[in-house]
Design a protein around this ligand. Structure first.
Ligand code: ADP
Length: 177
């Protein structure tokens, strides 16, 4: 069942030993604040070097899309960089674009044969997506994907703040401790 393939963890995603951790990047792929800054800082310069190659090849990353790089010095093997939508009221396809972030990251992981992937709460920091709605979209999109795909085997939602922890615990009562 899908629920047994989902985990909830509170903490710093740079410390998570999954096959891939997902970065809430921006479309330049050249780093930023929040979780993006933390991943580049902890992973070292090889992540940025690969991002630059992707930029040279395809000119960055569109909102809702995802790309994959090395994870440098991190415990994870890969970083999947996805660009969440900036919240501007909800009339600019923000919900659909956020769902695309989760789905495209999962597709990329599957394509690379990855068994485990960890997501931060994409768009809920500086990008201002309402946390309740973002959590609903994240859980629904991941459950739907897992129902139809064998890989990745395990998905971990990594929450950083108390508010997101509460929201995910409520949405995932079957796995809450
Ligand atoms: P965005 O620009 O997509 O909103 P942010 O990095 O500003 O991205 O925030 C996304 C989420 O990541 C927020 O909920 C924030 O609390 C969380 N976050 C920030 N640092 C970390 C970290 N080291 N590990 C996990 N989550 C983090």
């Amino acid at each position: 069942m899908e629920a047994s393939r989902i985990q909830l963890l509170r903490g710093d995603i740079t410390k998570v030993a999954a096959d891939a951790i997902v970065n809430a990047a921006n479309s330049s792929l050249l780093g930023g604040g929040g979780v993006d800054g933390a991943i580049h800082r902890a992973g070292g310069p090889s992540i940025l070097a690969e991002c630059r190659k992707i930029v040279a090849r395809q000119g960055g990353c569109e909102t809702g899309e995802a790309v994959i790089t090395t994870a440098g010095n991190l415990l994870a093997k890969y970083v999947i960089h996805t660009v969440g939508p900036v919240w501007s009221g909800g009339e600019r396809d923000e919900p659909e674009l956020l769902a695309h972030c989760y789905r495209n990251s999962l597709l990329l992981a599957q394509h690379h044969g990855l068994k485990t992937i960890a997501f931060p709460n994409i768009s809920t920091g500086v990008y201002g997506f309402p946390k309740t709605k973002a959590a609903e979209i994240a859980v629904k999109t991941v459950k739907e994907f897992l129902a139809h795909h064998a890989l990745p085997e395990q998905v971990t939602f990594v929450v950083f703040d108390e508010e997101n922890l509460k929201l995910y615990q409520k949405l995932l009562p079957e796995i809450s401790q």
